[in-house]
Design a protein around this ligand. Structure first.
Ligand code: EPU
Length: 337
């Protein structure tokens, strides 16, 4: 395992920010991860695909790129299959591999950037499905001892873009293997609850969609709204969609009759942050090379040479203006370092 010094992370984060790591290693196995942790260099940053990360400065510590690979079918019954994937596998390639094996359940999560190991940390979700819906269990290395521990779905305490690994166990574990329980049929219980998917399938003239059709529809929708990080640096949704109490929503609705809302958790109301940001006039705004994407206001972009600090300043200005206009404080979905 090679330890690199003063290593440029530009190609390791989808915002394309050229920040340096004092030390950098790429770990391809559990054993290499253990060796990296034993170096005992603090602070520590474990990188997956770098697709949920904004680097606002150099990282004066050790960055470990988790590159544990492998995908396999572990167990098969009449109705379902358990598959295992190494944390370093690319998420979308894994989705495609599942589709090639006619395994359904994650087709709605097609084209999400990042790695398999990062997916449960923030319980990735899109178009009516979250990873928690198909999650079986995972294995993670306890950083302090190097031991591998198993976490059931319950142990992970999944929430909206949330899990125990962002809360109580933050910084304590490194996910190594993820196990999902998937369906075996082409026509399994697909989820087309999301209007955009139904509209896209209709435009494709598909009446009885398979998991492959749903995946293609999702890829079409995402490609039309979200910038490709290979072309324009970005990290997907920059903020979480905020949830507010119903009473607060009723007052807002009087002042803003066109407000868009969805049912949230515990009786709260979820408001799309993209709508709030657009209402404040930021959609398509550009300051130097930092911008608010013209087709989806929730996505902040790096048009080329923006620094992480510039993007973070823009994010704070956006959040401030949303707070002034709507009395709602947006919180970042991406990890700001
Ligand atoms: N909207 C606007 N203006 C905008 C953007 C959105 O008015 O500029 C409105 C839309 O018209 C729509 C509503 O906001 O009525 C929701 O928009 P959209 O369906 O695009 O989804 P989102 O809430 O902005 C969330 C996830 C995405 C996921 C999509 C689809 C979060 C933070 N984001 O976005 O996830 O792909 O739903 O399920 O929950 C990500 O996490 O990085 C991500 C891309």
């Amino acid at each position: 395992m090679k330890i690199r010094e003063n290593y440029n992370l530009q190609s390791y984060n989808t915002f394309g920010i050229p920040a340096n790591a004092t030390y950098f290693v790429e770990a391809h196995s559990e054993e290499e991860l253990r060796q990296a942790f034993q170096l005992n260099i603090q602070p520590l940053l474990i990188l997956g695909g770098g697709s949920n990360l904004l680097l606002t400065k150099d990282f004066n510590g050790l960055v470990i790129k988790n590159a544990v690979a492998g995908k396999e079918i572990i167990k098969e019954s009449k109705e379902y299959i358990i598959v295992r994937a190494g944390a370093g596998e690319n998420w979308h390639s894994f989705v495609i591999w599942c589709l090639e094996n006619n395994l359904g359940g994650i087709e709605n999560l097609s084209l999400i950037p990042g790695t398999v190991g990062a997916a449960p940390i923030q319980n990735i979700g899109a178009y009516g499905v979250e990873i928690k819906d198909v999650f079986h269990h995972l294995e993670a290395m306890h950083i302090a001892t190097g031991e591998i521990h198993t976490f059931s779905k319950e142990d992970c305490k999944f929430g909206y873009r949330d899990s125990i690994f962002k809360q109580k166990l933050k910084g304590q574990y490194c996910i190594t293997q993820v196990y999902l329980q998937l369906n075996k049929s082409d026509y399994h219980d697909i989820n087309i609850s999301y209007g955009a998917i139904r509209d896209t399938l209709k435009a494709m003239n598909i009446e009885h969609p398979t998991i492959h059709d749903v995946s293609n529809a999702v890829i079409t929708i995402r490609s039309s709204k979200l910038p490709d990080p290979a072309k324009i640096g970005n990290s997907g949704s920059f903020f979480k969609n905020p949830e507010i109490p119903f009473t607060q929503f009723e007052i807002l609705q009087q002042n803003f009759p066109n407000i868009i809302s969805f049912p949230g958790s515990d009786g709260n109301i979820k408001i799309p942050a993209g709508w709030l940001i657009e209402q404040c006039g930021w959609k398509g705004y550009r300051r130097g090379d930092a911008g608010c994407y013209e087709k989806q206001a929730l996505v902040l972009v790096n048009y080329g040479k923006a620094t992480g600090a510039e993007i973070w300043q823009l994010a704070k200005d956006i959040a401030d203006s949303v707070e002034v206009k709507f009395g709602i404080r947006l919180s970042a979905e991406v990890n700001v370092m």
